[in-house]
Design a protein. Sequence first.
Length: 174
Amino acid sequence: MPMTRPRAALAAALLFLAAPAHAQGLAHHGGHAHAAPGATAGPIMVSDAWSRATPGAAKVGVGYLRVTNKGREPDRLVGGSVAVAGRFELHETSTGADNVARMRAVEGGLEIKPGETVELKPGGHHAMFLDLQRPLKEGETIAGTLQFERAGTVGVTYAVRGIGAGSAADPHRH
């Protein structure tokens, strides 16, 4: 059965947003927005939160960041929210033996072990902003929260970069 036009557009947008920037064949603009400063809740530190600008009709966006657990107990990122989206989900992109990238929701949250840093980044784990109320524009910031099993709610501000932006560690990657 053929995909309906809206479902096909959503599927294409999801694959585009989850793919690494170099796989999208896009170069980002010369300047870039720097990631917002970090936020903490107990032993959990969130830093380098950023997102990509979205095309005008897109209903999905993506969020990337780093989470460091400075405590002695593991914690789990179980959800979150952003002010401009109806839903927030944690997803993972993986490439199978057929060399095809696939995205799936992360069930049960994402564990952050004591002393470790977990990075949500292009081509790996990431946050999906679903049911966007408006496009995300390069240069703006968007407010959100992250929900942790032990540490509770952490406020986060995502810096919105260009559509083809690379990782926070390498903003000039193509």
